[in-house]
Design a protein. Sequence first.
Length: 308
Amino acid sequence: MRNIWFCIPLSILYLLILLINNYYFHSSNFKESVNSLLISHFYMISVISLIFFTIGLISFLKKRQSIVAKKFFSLTSVFGIAILTSLLSSYDINIFKAIEVSSIFMLSYLLISFFSNFPVSTKPKYVKIFNLVSFVISTGLTIIYIIFCCFGYMSNNNFSFLFKFLLITNLFLSISICVFLVSLHLRENNLKVKSQLYILIFGIILSFLPIVLLNLIPGLLFGESKIPFTYCLPSIIIFPLTISYLLIKQEVIEFEIRISKWLTNLLFYLLNFLFFNFSVEQFIDLSQKEIFILCSLSVLSVVLSVYI
């Protein structure tokens, strides 16, 4: 029971950002200023984000004693926050831009932290150094960025470019270290762990290949892609699903038996999410107290759905 408390602060943070993100979208003039295509993008991004959070939470609740499951939940939650705020951030809405950039800075550390613990193996001492250095850099850059935002320095193009460069560089270094850690595990682990890692690598490739082939490469070669980036995003759900499978299930047969329960949980989350959006859209003239009650009921419904 004590380990459940680990997920509560991050879960509350995610759900609050989810509610604020959707409340802003429906209650401000933003929705009226965009076309129906961008509205559909908003819903798709929000659903993908919620699926990331759900997969991480279910994995943690199934393996509460596992440090790897804790790292995975942190990773998927922050990843979900970054995805969730990406659309409003792209319109330079300060609060959502700050949340997105801070999330991506912390993702760099969380990626290294996760892969340094997955799978269990004998790790050299410098892996701990990677973790510590990444934590200091990511946390430091996040704090500096937030301070700059508070004092309005980010309106300066030079500072904006600097932080974009630091963001990309930090993420690139993090991914490079993760690749190194995976190669280290492949060299030093037994056949069973190697097989799991090959499944993980295949899942990562399958997740990001549609984005690269259908959007990024056509964009670089022809200036634009006929398939919007948002429509390529659903494939990234394969990434957390693959890791969750490796963390929770060792036998494919067991996974197939319980897959209906997984789908039930995911469906229940999506129904809660759609109900909240529909309610806010239809009853936006409610008082602040009534909206607070509606939001509270939505949060309670989502939390209870975990235990179905």
